[in-house]
Design a protein around this ligand. Structure first.
Ligand SMILES: C[S@@+](CC[C@H](N)C(=O)[O-])C[C@H]1O[C@@H](n2cnc3c(N)ncnc32)[C@H](O)[C@@H]1O
Length: 234
């Protein structure tokens, strides 16, 4: 099934998934919000889904404006419904493919949470994102990936520092995955569009190759979840 059709159908089940209550998703959203801060004036949310992150950003960045784009009409409708319910005025949600970003618009920050793995040609996408950022603009990517041995080695110290928390993250993630592997929830069905997962160390190299600087990988206790940040500096 193609990405657009899948997420159009999935939009209806999105809330049932309750990932907003999990440690791993909360960590992703909180880390992204912290990286963006509240001083920016224009933020673009790529693959904005049901608007959860964009609405959080809009509440925090009271003097700024959030633009959310998503390929799936039903996701856009769901996001607009939530925006209306919460009476938020500083967001606009559009139906648009990330691949069709044009350099005409410039942003202080661009976020992409759990969507980069849906895009095959990441270098081309990163080049487009780079062009859409203002100087000193920030890209913040929330990633879900299969960790390599190298990556696992790199987070051993973090996990050892707080083994209790690392275990909490592992248990929470496994419990969530197990629960939603069951039918009729379609997220893990054969219908799921192909993923092009990339791990942080590789993504970091790609980001550097298109010009990003000061690239940081922020690891979580969960070895499959991380945030990557890069700056466009002139
Ligand atoms: C896993 S969801 C993540 C949604 C949201 N960012 C979040 O954190 O909850 C991925 C979203 O990306 C959207 N998406 C996938 N490929 C896309 C593309 N090429 N252009 C725009 N949106 C896309 C899907 O429709 C879906 O809403």
């Amino acid at each position: 099934m193609d990405v657009e059709k899948f997420f159009d159908e999935y939009a209806r089940n999105y809330v049932i998934q309750k990932r907003y209550k999990t440690l791993w998703y909360k960590w992703l959203v909180d880390t992204i919000l912290k990286e963006i801060g509240n001083k920016v004036s224009r933020v673009l949310d790529l693959g904005s889904g049901d608007g959860f992150l964009a609405i959080k950003l809009a509440k925090k960045i009271k003097n700024g404006f959030i633009f959310g784009i998503d390929i799936a009409s039903n996701m856009v409708l769901e996001a607009r419904r939530k925006q209306k319910k919460e009476r938020i005025n500083n967001i606009i949600f559009w139906k648009k493919r990330i691949e069709d970003l044009n350099r005409g618009m410039k942003f202080d920050a661009i976020v992409a949470n759990l969507v980069i793995d849906k895009i095959k040609n990441k270098r081309q996408l990163l080049k487009r994102i780079y062009k859409c950022l203002k100087n000193n603009g920030k890209l913040v990517i929330g990633l879900c990936f299969k960790p390599s041995k190298n990556y696992l080695r790199s987070i051993t110290v973090l996990r050892k520092k707080n083994e209790v928390m690392a275990k909490k993250f592992d248990d929470d993630y496994l419990k969530w995955k197990k629960k939603f592997r069951k039918k009729p929830f379609i997220f893990y069905s054969k219908e799921h569009p192909k993923s092009y997962k990339i791990e942080p160390l590789k993504l970091k190299k790609l980001m550097a190759s298109v010009g990003f600087q000061k690239i940081r990988i922020i690891s979580s206790y969960n070895p499959e979840i991380a945030v990557i940040v890069g700056i466009k500096s002139s």
